[in-house]
Design a protein around this ligand. Sequence first.
Ligand code: DGL
Length: 282
Amino acid sequence: MIGVFDSGVGGLTVHRALVHRLPQADFTYLADQANAPYGVKTGEEIVELTKAGCIRLFERGASLVVLACNTASAIALRRLQQTWLPGYRKEIGRPVNILGIIVPTIEAATGLPWEHEAERRGEKAEKVDILGVFATQATVRSRVYEIEIDKRKQDLAVFSEPCPELVPLIEGDASAVDLAKAVEAHVQALKARIGRFPDRVVLGCTHYEIIADIFRAALPAGTPLIQQPASTADALELYLERHPDYVQGTSGSRVFLTTGTPGPQNGLVRGFWGGPVTFDAA
Ligand code: DGL
């Protein structure tokens, strides 16, 4: 079984692309809504909560957990892979792994494979294109997009805009008017910092994909939005081809769990999903 983890409903945007790509695989989605939002928490808190979420999914039989959350991927993934997972694998005696969504997003944003290293010229390359990243405070603070893109593609400048109120608004089923007001303010703030609109954009928080149309309306028409769900699905499919020892399951089961209040998810989620989504107690 494949586990998909997020602080809340945002990871559903990635989950949808994953199940579309691997319809026969068994999936369990876990939303840590009791502890959302993650983006305003400290690094240590994010690491511990992400670890707890992964353990829940591994205990239910997951072989792989996809962190469908930029914040957890940026802050916790490397730490858990390096310091916790090796011992945990021995403890449970089977192959398990955790995958994030930032590597495939950066590959999609740069058009380059992760292994690519920018040619280091004596002086800095002139930045030609500007990538705008809208994300949580923790993801922006990590500078992960700036650092990893600069290593690979020096002619792409990255400007990030933290949007701390958006996850609570989306989890809280805010009105389209309130969401549009908040998104517009962030797009304008980023524009003011850059001096113009960005050439392309990453919605670097999976929740924002639910309101992608509101971002599209606030950006100049035709601004490309890098598709995190699709690039994560590509990456997972390739990973499973290379690592067939991770058991995906074959019955196409779909389980949705929350650490928060079980029941139907809000209207924004229903609209995005195209029907009701109900979470059971984790
Ligand atoms: N969906 C998470 C992300 O991609 C939101 C984190 C939060 O809870 O603030 O970053």
